[in-house]
Design a binder for this molecule. Sequence first.
Ligand code: AMP
Ligand code: ZN
Length: 470
Amino acid sequence: MSELMLYDTRTRAKLRFVPLEPGHARVYSCGPTVYAPQHIGNLRPYLFADLLKRALLAEGLRVTHVINITDVGHLASDADVGEDKMERAAAKAGKSAAEIAAFYTAQWQNDRRRLRCLEAEVYCKATDHIPEQIELAQRLEARGYTYRIDDGLYFDTSKFPRYAELARLDLAGQAAGARIGDVAGKRNPQDFALWKFAAPGVRRQQEWDSPWGRGFPGWHLECSAMSVRYLGTRFDIHTGGVDHISVHHTNEVAQTEGAFGVHPWVSVWMHNEFLDLGGEKLSKSKGHTLVLDDLVERGFEPLVYRYFFLQAHYRQHQAFSFDEMAAAATGWRRLLRSAASVREVSGEPTQAEHDAVADLRSRFWDAVRDDLNAPKALAVAWEAARSTLSPAARRSLLLDFERWLGLGLDTEVPREDARESDPRIDALVLERQAARKARDFARADAIRAQLDAEGIEIEDTREGPVWRRR
Ligand code: AMP
Ligand code: ZN
């Protein structure tokens, strides 16, 4: 039997996973900044973290999964300048920052649930942990890592020799090209705010007293403070998007390792690649906000998006398109139909098929253990669904795989495809079927093209062709 191997960003290698505390995996995932809806790209980190959690559970481990909710301090630019995203959104909507945060947190939770992401053990909000953040900054101050300027309390990255380690930064190269002037008085380009003072004359909705003055925490501080609070000063796995490696996670490491004198703070750093929309980076700040509900409005069940996600490895770029979604919808429904057709059968696989069942089972879980290789695992699930094994054997395999895939193979009922009826379209579909039988493929293709132009797609199923509007 293989062992669970996970790719670690810090060492750039797949590591055999060994929890620090036997039998217990402790995981921290950077969560959403709740100032706007989470677009479908933002959902990728949580789908990825869900696959990780399900893999750990399948290993028989107890899992403590912590996800934070950023509701203060994340500025428009990661370089500690610009407006606070929460304050800006609140002002624009004429609401309180707390109302905005509650609204978008609920939306994110609802999306996660619809995508069958397992619940975290702890959801923690930055604004609920201001004392912990102040305490961490005080620790850093006591250990000589900080300095104070007009703008706030800053971390002096030159005092932390391993600063470049996680992201393999070229600090000398960066310093040469850096604009140090973004915040007056900063000593090094990479230095970052631990505590920021509210700008003179500006009264923020969210500000607190601190030993340094009234203000608010820097964005990176919350993840160090809350992960330590819930998981301890050393834990197993930290996840997030690749965009976090060079600034946010690098700064988290400097803060936590600096404050507590531990190394490595986190055993395995895992990062998901981005989802691309038409080759362009999907980002809220650029105004693309294609959300899960947009997909639902276009007729895609949320789990179709999960199926789409499973078709790429989490460390691969994935390109979004509606054509790909349509293909995923077909794939998901077929797999579901296959599972639904054996779900109710009773009995066990026969003795004669024991080896074949064991082979599929071990190839599936080997793919999972090989750094969460979803495309490979999905291919094995398909092999099982299409196999000539007995219904009982297929049922046992698909329900086992469902523990990791989370596609609803255990409960979801595939939507009836041809619910709509339209005599003209029905007739065209029948005519196409007849043309195909008569091997008049030119006519059959012409009908498909005509219907396609009208936004109607035909799926050839075992029970014959069905059509639906896109
Ligand atoms: P934010 O709410 O902006 O802090 O982002 C939430 C998470 O989504 C972060 O972990 C980002 O790394 C991640 N993220 C943002 N855009 C994308 C994208 N297009 N594809 C995948 N992950 C993304
Ligand atoms: Zn974080």
